[in-house]
Design a protein around this ligand. Sequence first.
Ligand code: FMN
Length: 360
Amino acid sequence: MSASFASRLGIEHPLIQAPMAGSTSPALVAAVSNAGALGSLGAGYLEPQAILDQAAEIRALGDRPHAIGLFVLPDEFEADMAAVTRAREQLDALMIREGLDVRTSVPARWAPRFSDQFAALCEARPAVASFAFGVVGPAQMRELRQRDIYVIGTATTVAEARAWVEAGANAVSMQGAEAGGHRGSFLHDAEDAMIGLFALLPLTVRALAASGREVPVIAAGGIMDGRGMLAAEALGAAASQLGTAFLTCPECPAATAWKQDLPGVEEHRVTTIRGFSGRAARGLRNRFVEAMPAAAQGLPYPILNALTAPLRRAAAAAGRGDLLSEWCGQAAALVRPQPAAELVARLMHEYRLARRSLAH
Ligand SMILES: Cc1cc2nc3c(=O)[nH]c(=O)nc-3n(C[C@H](O)[C@H](O)[C@H](O)COP(=O)(O)O)c2cc1C
């Protein structure tokens, strides 16, 4: 399964560098893809022109198969402005207390319009499009197919995997509870859909086989080395998708303070957080999470995400990892800071060694 998945995509290794909105760069994506794995641009926060510009940069750096990842969201959001005002007052007070010289503001739009981002993705025409937070509609699936774009849908439960297969996805990325970043859940409350990868993979593989609609299943969550990739394959995965492992690569644009904190992360401090963005996400329980203003906690995504953006930017500039959204998976302490191409080669070397040692 892993060899046929890789060859269908024109890549050498059954390894995907996860799309990580705000934490990928054309340099990272190109380095991973040029090394024979699948690099992914996390484009969920990008305006359409930025998607086109970054896609052009990736092509200029090597033009190997790569993915662009989007969040499936409505185009417009209604905000409860009284709640926004209360949250802003408390967030501003927090920033004053912490000595950050920025304040919240109400943006012209709470998030880029999904339909415009989708049009930019189609125009950029990457080999792979990866989606989270929902399922694309039939017309959008047709547009992707017409352009021969391979579609990966993110799921956190068997029911979500089935929904993506029904919609026509070519593969499903199963996001285990261990996974760093936002939960992709869309049919269930994120808290109910915290299924460990060792349970989620075989459940999904069996369910898709039973339905007669088998597609490659990709494993995501807590995989940090080649042994983990092999374990995922043993449970039926066609490829492994790693996010946190790539955060400490020099090509990754994550804030320096965040990168420095990852090797020391204690797994019991990696938790589910809504307070940065309004949507459940896995990351480090740091000072912001503990001091999170009560008024902010009730705001939904992407309203809260937009309101905390100035705080997160200022914290990054000030080297204050304790106030940043330090997303990471449960095995974050296993990061190995090194250039992305070297990490890909190392992961594949470990994977082959693990395979050989288990064969004896
Ligand atoms: C910083 C960060 C940002 C992420 N952003 C996205 C994203 O934009 N789109 C997406 O589909 N998944 C996103 N994810 C989740 C990954 O696709 C993947 O499920 C996860 O990284 C796997 O767990 P790991 O981090 O333990 O490797 C993100 C993960 C991290 C760590």
